[in-house]
Design a protein. Sequence first.
Length: 130
Amino acid sequence: MYSDKVMDHFSNPRNVGVIEDPDGYGEAESTSCGDTIEVYIRVEDERLAEIKYRTFGCAAAIASSSFASELLTGAPLQKVPAITDAEIADQLGLPEFKYHCSVMVMQALHAAVQYYQAKSQTPAAADATT
Ligand code: FES
């Protein structure tokens, strides 16, 4: 059912974990199954220097999280909002009926970038979260 690429990312997921005191944080829940994800980012020079995540979901969701974290580490922040879950699913080679499992990783990653950008623009608000 799954390609070698999906099985590789599922069996050996990259970048799993949390970042203490992250620059950005986002979470998402799949509306179709209730699975969840937490994404943490560290930013350097307006690029995603590090991405960590904890995915509580199926094999396709774990593989999507791993693949997205690997693909987007080092990416300019401004590029991230334009990257869709469909692109992740397509490049990873998910079967079409599992495309929905790639949605939450990009939702959470987009939220983490928005969190960082909001924090950067309003330093006083950032103090309130610590
Ligand atoms: Fe829940 Fe795949 S079935 S994310």
